[in-house]
Design a protein around this ligand. Structure first.
Ligand SMILES: Nc1nc2c(c(=O)[nH]1)N[C@H]1C(S)=C(S)[C@@H](COP(=O)(O)O)O[C@H]1N2
Ligand SMILES: [Mo]
Length: 180
């Protein structure tokens, strides 16, 4: 925030306080408009998940994810110091819904995952593939057997990260991008 003029900071803070961030309206912002990392935002509730692969986008609801194979990850949340259990669908299975070619290694692709507040992170293609890499990355819909509450309908959770910084709450969109 150092380089942002005070008046703009105030305006931004006011927008956030009013829950009217430009990113809270279901749009997926890109580039410099997206908030920086280490944000503590939660965004408005996510209701559907946009999954984009090669220009094709499908929208998935919680009910649809519940019909797919379920995976549970047990993690230690280094922020709240709690052992937590999340259940949902493997991110690769979610991407498959938008047509990722089965068996094709994601060696030179990455996934951009974004919350309703505009917070976004990247996962490399290989690290989300169970066949190639240890650990699981799932789109969770429940924690401890219950809905995610203020973390939204969907939350990304990775079993191998030592910090929860890539556990995007109120997940709104995942996009597979070829790096070349
Ligand atoms: N949508 C969204 N998810 C997010 C963030 C965020 O700002 N927005 N912050 C991330 C970061 S940097 C961390 S460390 C954790 C913090 O989660 P906590 O506030 O529940 O400890 O959530 C992650 N997920
Ligand atoms: Mo963080």
């Amino acid at each position: 925030m150092k380089t942002i003029p005070t008046s703009l900071s105030c305006a931004l803070a006011a927008m956030l306080l009013m829950g009217m961030s430009q990113h809270g309206l279901g749009q997926i912002p890109h580039g410099p408009t997206a908030p920086v990392d280490h944000a503590r935002g939660k965004g408005v509730a996510s209701t559907a998940l946009s999954v984009t692969v090669g220009g094709k986008t499908v929208s998935l609801t919680v009910a649809e994810l519940e019909t797919m194979p379920q995976k549970t990850v047990n993690v230690h949340n280094s922020h709240n110091k709690m052992d937590e259990s999340y259940t949902g669908v493997a991110l690769t299975d979610v991407l498959a819904r938008a047509g990722v070619a089965e068996g094709k290694p994601l060696l030179r692709s990455y996934v951009k995952a974004q919350g309703t507040d505009g917070y976004w992170v990247l996962y490399s293609g290989i690290e989300i593939e169970g066949a190639s890499h240890g650990g699981d990355v799932i789109v969770a819909t429940t924690q401890g057997g219950k809905a995610l509450g203020e973390n939204g309908a969907f939350q990304l959770v990775s079993s191998e990260d030592k910090k929860p910084q890539r556990w995007v709450r109120n997940l709104a969109g995942v996009t597979l991008v070829a790096a070349e």
